[in-house]
Design a protein. Sequence first.
Lengths: 117, 293
Amino acid sequence: MKRTKRVFSGKYLSEKLQSVVAAGFLGAVFLSSASLAPAQYGVARRTTVVSGPNRTVVARQTTVVRGGTALPHGYIAALPGGYRAVVVSGARYYTVGGIYYRPQIYGGRTVYVRVHI
Amino acid sequence: MNKKFPVERLVHQRGFRALLFCSTFILLALALACSPAPDQPVTTAANNDPDQLLRQMSEKLAQSKTLSFKVNRTLDPALVEGRDVPETTQVEISVSRPGKFQAKSGNKDYVRQIFFDGQNLSVYDETMKLYATVPVAGTIDEAVAKIEEIYGFTPPLAEFILSDPYLALNKIIKTRAYSGREKIAGVECHHLSLYGDTADSELWIGVADLLPRKLVATFKDIESRPQLQADFSDWNAPTLDDKVFAFVAPADAEKIEMVTEAQMIETSAKQGGAPANAAPEKSATPTAGKKGT
């Protein structure tokens, strides 16, 4: 399986890592990256690494993501309760609480992206 | 005068010779009775070799032009986004080598199917009546690699349907050990312990048929050390019609877009890598009238 490495900005940091960054390394230049390891038995893992000066690893956290990369802002893995399907210009959307979602397939499953209609 | 030692005298007695003959015959008969029949598995040092057993299992799987099996898969909550209890899923997989597979997975929350017919990959969300089809051509091996590279996921337990499962497993296993024999669902199995960088696995392989019977993987690079358990059953080599692998969209299903990993990363990058639960901001606008790809 091919190993892929993606570079993201620091917003993927967990709260714990964010607090570490804020407390101890404020002002320093960090490079945070999310490396998507090859899936094993259908389970993919994303490792977030925080590097300090001279590429020293100051923090590392691994989470498991079923499918691929963690869903970015605006995407949800499951619709909130009480949703209903609507058809807009021939395409199906889902709406709940005044928010509209468009379904897409990502990572072998259905995900929903928030849209403005 | 008889000068022979007592033992020699005993040997020369007619009754003792008869007793010795009978004892030898009985011992030979017992030895033959206890030896395994030719069609039964033989336990030797060679077939307790975990690497050899992995190779044999791989060959057994690869030899079958068609294959179908079921898996009862349980994932610990840490392996499933948004869950705080384990998720159990029933998976049914059909394979026709070299270039077709179909997998159906489901539980009380969802039912999904993946079809690969050698030309196209289709993912069908049976629960929501949604599907996406994209061109992916080649063998099962090529398709699994492309699906992971382009679409960022791997079909469940794909390691076991590739043309050389040993090669795939060997990439993730650093050391291996034979842990004895155990019965899994009534089937006598070899128990292998497989250690990798990110996960340690216990694998049970049937003694008689060399098919995988159970897998327990512990993802040790995650703090809670979550586990995946897969119980294999219903191994068959049936005659499979091409229709099994060709997705035909139901009339009430809607075609939607299949997003690539690159597209998702680009979206994420544009947003500055914001996590999904961050405060809402300007999001994508639907293309009016577009019904997926």
